[in-house]
Write a protein of this length. Structure first.
Lengths: 486, 641, 103
């Protein structure tokens, strides 16, 4: 086994430990962020260097080191980088436990990286729990009433969801006798269809997996925690949850459902349809409830449910597609990348604004166009991207994923999705309108730190780049998704 | 021959100006400075120069088309690529001229009109962006791009209608325009998707080819064409999606002149013309275009008869003229519809700018408060009358030529629509001269009672006076264009340029109409309309109140806009059960809100308000939902899987 | 009667359901946490039973169960800490009263 392939993960682990220890000794807490960032940069550098190579799986085939895993690792490291950049202001207000904050962010990132790489049910469960437990603690980090409430809800519901997931895994293990995804696939394909149909165990197991992962990606009806937790959590963590945690969920779903349940065709059609139905319900529910929201974090919570719906359109396309068609998978990857930039950007702008306002109410954003024109412009760009309007990344992402769905006969779903996109314009543009056309409550400018501005700038560049010249990123997503092509 | 880089530059110049104003000028320069206006004028002037170059190049080019090489933008997979490409043919060349000329005039005029407005930079930023999008829309060679620019002009229009956002009416109007046009865009998008699914291409040339060779035919073609036309109906404010345009007059008047008279609303007409080969091969679609156009023409004109707000008169007149264009497209072809668009752009922009000039002097748009302005504002008066004569279709002004062609082609193919068009000719002349006499004739009736009554800086004190030269010069230029632009097709050269028709001598063409009977009839009808207006509003031989009283039901019908807004309202009321279930009694709060679209939107909002309460904050309920969700999935799989 | 795979599976299904019921019905946060443990342990029974009957030569299920136990312990630790924080803030651990975040 080549331990060198595990360097990014080891780096994160070591840096997380260093950050906690360092916190005990140093007075200048801002170093903690810089150490964390340096760790991310090292891990990121090594990960990028691994791109494109073909490496054997490590740890007894538990962790794959393929382009798919590397794509997600780069995504998670990038997101963590932005989260830490945008947290520096926020965290410096804490009287203690700053080291733990950064360490937990790093550990959650580590968990997500493992989630994207694992090919074994046991390892998936552990990686998922590593992520979740770190996030439970992070959500409650503010220790005020709302934050702890959010944390409790997230923990209890998350634990139930993971118990359900585990039950599903146990059933699949019982049915096939294997925990390795590739071996599960072999067993399933070797059995005659009648045996598969006669035994409800496998299908039940798959449904429970959908439920367990559905919780992570915030799909209706497993989404109820999302708005509450998003509202209560510290804003950088909300951003992190909405982007990275969701992406990790999709990474696992893509891998599990494709490698283990990709064949026979009737099976993949079945789960494809489940995802199609969940997609339609998720985007509709998310968008409709987002409309009357007054708190922007909560609104973005519902919006993230709707976005999960659009993403699941890609999953449904994957289920419907023939094996050599990887448009659905690569569509999900591209969408996740563009969504990462977009939503991070939106949240970073919100962090900057609410640092000053101490409020997350949309009405308090009135006149932001005058008080903080650049922040307002960035937020506008991100919201436009969330609607899916050009020239922002969201447009390309939706176009790509909807194209995949249409090619695989899901026109009805795309029609629902397009109607939903139009509905969603209403609440996104409401924020834009309030910011640019509303009266400012005061003429006071909204200051923001250099780190925050840098993070926001990176996001905006990403949003525009993916929207205007998406060719390179699409190529990247397709290479990553290529592991799914037979 | 124009190099293709220069073609790209046509629409990039206003983009540069937008970027400079939005990111450099607006943050750094005081709002009193006029720099933003100069930048915009320079950029659009550049575009105009290039457009003229392009026009002459296209005229000289074989088949009246210059090939512009594509740039590959995105490769999604082997078959699916998106090219960035431009079309440079006769249709585009003509539209470029229309857009850049009117835009340039409006920008110059705005230097006077918007001077001192606190949103001056913002105004020019959006105007630049709008001009860029409009030029892009005209130049786009594939439907995806076209749709992108299509949405962008809609967005700019949204921001510019709501420019004086502190007026609630402006904000409402902006919202209404945005939502109503979006309804048509659904159709457009569906049409694009339908075409793509059946042909695998977004490229306009390829689609033309497929339609002409008959590969694309039958119901698919018809539905796709009707979908595209739905987009045009929304954008061009055709019946029944016309309700947004009169309200859109809440924006600054130069905006109305540029966006809601000359260019954006004509984009629908342009769209149909651009996709014309598709319509040509579907009789149903083409007939739909003609019928909607004909109905819109008379329907809007009838409402224009009774409005007291000068901008609303012009708005209904615009809708009516757009109907003419659609009628021309539907019965006669591209050349006829676009020729009317071309002429209309100049005289209608002139009318709006004239109305703005009047408002600048009196502080109001209500014609009952004006009167006698002939004395005070000679330039505005003369140019306004020229434009009115042109729109009424008086020989030899531009409106005569294009309207004549529309009427003749309607006569040839759709007799019923022809009669509607003839009645509209009479109505048009009447309402335009009613406006002229009420505004400029008689004695001055005092202007705005409350000097601060009308939003923003559109306010005024004391005696009315002529507008500054920066405003009157665009009026004069547009007046010259309104007189002469029609002469382009006197010789048949415009038609030949657009692809069909023969050419003949100038003098022969100039007097040719008098050898036919139809032009006589329409001239007489127009003359009667003007006479009637003269009798009623200048000499008061006929009391307008009496007539109004005699035709009271009709007057009310027109004045209340056929209760169209109320009709939409009723649809909402029918939704009361649905809304009652979720939203309770909210519809009584906003009874003034109109439009079926608002009804649907309210339904969605109300259901959102209702469903959100399922989120009780009780975490165990959330768990229960998850459990029920799992059971539901199992149930569905078990019974349907 | 021979005790076979089915019996273990039914037992674990019943335990899982009891746990789920407890999560949904009990108001005390600590009891809810205990019920979650019950659910996880029900899964452990399934895993071990499957391992014993389906792949008797391997210990996959047992290993899985051990990992689950470890993770469950970690989860419980964080959970109790959060419940403590809740008690400090709300002075109550009745989950039905913890509903500041809603709608």
């Amino acid at each position: 086994m080549n331990l060198a392939l595990f360097i990014p993960e080891i780096t994160l682990l070591v840096i997380a430990a260093i950050v906690i220890l360092l916190d005990l000794f140093i007075e200048q807490k801002r170093w903690l962020a810089q150490v964390s960032i340096s760790g991310l940069v090292i891990a990121g550098g090594v990960t990028i260097a691994m791109w494109g190579g073909s490496y054997p799986a490590i740890f007894n085939n538990m962790l794959a080191v393929d382009n798919f895993a590397i794509f997600f690792k780069m995504l998670f490291l990038g997101i963590a980088f932005l989260v830490i950049l945008s947290s520096t202001d926020y965290v410096s207000k804490f009287s203690k436990f700053q080291g733990e904050y950064y360490a937990l962010v790093l550990l959650a990132t580590l968990g997500m990286m493992l989630m994207a790489a694992t090919t074994n049910l046991i390892a998936i469960y552990i990686a998922l729990e590593l992520t979740s437990i770190s996030l439970y603690a992070l959500v409650g980090f503010l220790k005020d009433k709302k934050s702890t409430e959010a944390s409790l809800k997230y923990l209890l519901l998350g634990a139930v969801a993971s118990a359900v997931l585990l039950y599903g895994m146990a059933l699949i293990f019982g049915f096939t006798g294997k925990t390795q995804l590739g071996e599960i696939a072999q067993v399933i394909q070797s059995l005659p269809p009648m045996t598969l149909l006669a035994s409800p165990g496998l299908l039940l197991g798959i449904v429970l997996l959908v439920a367990g992962f559905g919780f992570k990606i915030a799909a209706v009806p497993f989404q109820m925690w999302v708005p509450d937790v998003y509202e209560g959590a510290p804003t950088p963590i909300t951003a992190y949850l909405s982007v990275a945690s969701k992406a990790a969920g999709f990474a696992v779903i893509l891998r599990v459902f494709f490698s283990a349940f990709g064949l026979p065709v009737w099976l993949s059609l079945n789960w494809g349809l489940i995802f199609a139905a969940l997609a339609a319900i998720s985007m509709t529910v998310g968008n409709i409830i987002a409309i009357p929201q007054a708190n922007i974090k909560r609104m973005l919570g519902y919006s993230s449910i709707a976005q999960a719906g659009y993403l699941m359109v890609g999953l449904a396309a994957m289920g419907m597609a023939s094996a050599e068609n990887i448009l659905g998978q690569s569509g999900v990857l591209f969408f996740l990348a563009s969504y990462a930039f977009t939503n991070m950007g939106a949240f970073i702008a919100i962090i900057a604004i609410s640092n000053k306002l101490n409020s997350d109410l949309i009405e308090d954003y009135s006149g932001m166009g005058k008080r903080a024109p650049l922040l307002a412009l960035a937020l506008t760009l991100c919201l436009i991207s969330l609607i899916g309007m050009p020239p922002a990344a969201g447009f390309m992402a939706k176009f790509y994923i909807f194209n995949a769905a249409i090619q695989n006969g899901l026109l009805w779903l795309v029609i629902i999705a397009v109607i939903n996109s139009v509905v969603s314009a209403y609440y996104y543009l409401r924020v834009v309108k309030v910011m640019w056309l509303g009266e400012a409550a005061s003429a006071e400018k909204v200051p923001s730190s250099g780190a925050l501005r840098l993070a926001l700038l990176l996001c905006c560049i990403g949003v525009l780049l993916l929207g205007v010249i998406p060719g390179y990123a699409i190529r990247l997503a397709q290479l990553a998704a290529n592991i799914f092509a037979y | 021959m124009i190099p293709h880089q220069m073609v790209w530059l046509i629409f990039l110049l206003p983009l540069f100006s937008f970027v400079i104003i939005a990111f450099v000028v607006r943050p750094l320069v005081r709002p009193e400075s006029r720099i933003a206006g100069y930048i915009t004028i320079a950029a659009i002037g550049g575009s105009l120069a290039l457009s003229i170059w392009a026009l002459f190049s296209v005229m000289a080019a074989p088949h009246h088309e210059i090939p512009v090489p594509d740039i590959t933008w995105v490769v999604i997979e082997d078959g699916v690529t998106i090219h960035l490409g431009l079309i440079m043919d006769s249709l585009t060349a003509v539209m470029l001229i229309v857009v850049t000329v009117v835009s340039l005039m409006v920008q110059i005029y705005s230097q006077g009109y918007m001077h001192g407005d606190p949103g001056y930079h913002r105004y020019y930023a959006f105007m630049s962006l709008f001009t860029m999008s409009m030029l892009g829309l005209v130049l786009a060679d594939n439907l995806v791009f076209m749709f992108v620019f299509w949405e962008m002009v809609g967005l700019c229009s949204y921001f510019l209608i709501g420019f004086w956002f502190h007026k609630p009416s402006a904000a409402d109007a902006a919202k209404k325009a945005f939502i109503v046009t979006r309804l048509g865009d659904f159709g457009f998008l569906a049409g694009i998707l339908l075409l793509y699914l059946n042909t695998g291409t977004f490229d306009i040339h390829e689609l033309h080819e497929l339609a002409i060779t008959g590969v694309l035919a039958g119901t698919v073609l018809t539905w796709a064409a009707i979908g595209i036309f739905a987009g045009a109906v929304g954008k061009s404010a055709q019946f029944p999606l016309h309700v947004w345009l009169p309200d859109a007059m809440e924006g600054p008047t130069p905006v109305s002149a540029l966006i809601h008279a000359a260019t954006m609303v004509a984009a629908g007409v342009f769209l149909v013309a651009r996709m014309f080969p598709l319509f040509q091969h579907s009789t149903e679609a083409l007939t739909t275009v003609a019928i909607i156009g004909g109905i819109t023409a008379i329907f809007a004109a009838s409402m224009g008869l009774v409005m007291n707000d000068i901008k609303r008169v012009l708005a209904y007149s615009t809708i009516s003229q757009l109907g003419y264009m659609m009628l021309g497209l539907g019965t006669g072809g591209v050349a006829i519809g676009i020729f009317h668009l071309f002429n209309h752009a100049f005289f209608k922009a002139l009318l709006f700018l004239g109305a703005g000039s009047v408002n600048h002097a009196t502080g109001t748009f209500d014609m009952r408060l004006m009167g006698g302005l002939r004395k005070y504002m000679p330039w505005t008066y003369v140019t306004f009358v020229i434009a009115s004569l042109s729109i009424a279709g008086i020989w030899p002004l531009s409106g005569f030529w294009s309207k004549d062609e529309v009427v003749i082609s309607a006569f040839a193919s759709q007799p019923v629509l022809f009669y509607l068009a003839m009645i509209t000719v009479f109505m048009t002349a009447f309402y335009m001269f009613r406006a002229v006499f009420m505004t400029f004739g008689g004695e001055y009736r005092g202007g705005a009672p409350d000097a601060h009554g009308h939003g923003g800086q559109e306010s005024h004190h004391g005696q009315p006076h002529e507008s500054p030269r920066v405003m009157t010069i665009p009026l004069i230029i547009l007046a010259v264009l309104s007189i002469f632009s029609g002469l382009w097709n006197v010789t048949g050269h415009f038609g030949a340029f657009m692809g069909h028709g023969e050419t003949h001598g100038f003098l022969e063409g100039l007097f040719h109409p008098f050898t036919l009977s139809l032009p006589w009839i329409s001239l007489i009808l127009a003359g009667l309309g003007i006479l009637l207006a003269y009798a009623m509003y200048s000499k008061f031989w006929i009391s307008a109140e009496r007539v109004g009283g005699m035709f009271k039901p009709l007057h009310t019908l027109f004045y209340r806009k056929y209760w169209f807004d109320e009709l939409y309202e009723n649809i909402i009321v029918k939704n009361a059960l649905f809304r009652g279930l979720f939203g309770g009694f909210e519809q009584f709060d906003n009874k003034a809100v109109d439009g079926a679209v608002n009804g649907v939107a309210n339904g969605v909002i109300a259901s959102g308000r209702a469903i959100r309460y399922a989120q009780t904050g009780q975490l165990q309920l959330y768990g229960l939902f998850m459990g029920i969700g799992i059971l539901a999935i199992i149930f569905v799989i078990y019974f349907f899987g | 009667m021979v005790i076979g795979l089915q019996h273990y599976l039914i037992l674990s299904a019943i335990l899982f359901s009891i746990g789920l019921y407890g999560v949904l019905a009990k108001r005390n946060a600590v009891i809810i946490l205990m019920c979650i443990e019950l659910m996880l342990n029900a899964v452990n029974i399934t895993l071990v039973a499957f391992s014993r009957y389906v792949v008797p030569a391997m210990l996959t299920g047992q290993v899985f169960a051990i990992f689950v136990i470890v993770v469950a312990a970690a989860e419980a630790a964080v959970g109790l800490a959060i419940i403590l924080a809740i008690y400090r803030g709300f002075e109550d651990i009745d989950v039905s009263k913890i509903d500041l975040l809603k709608w």
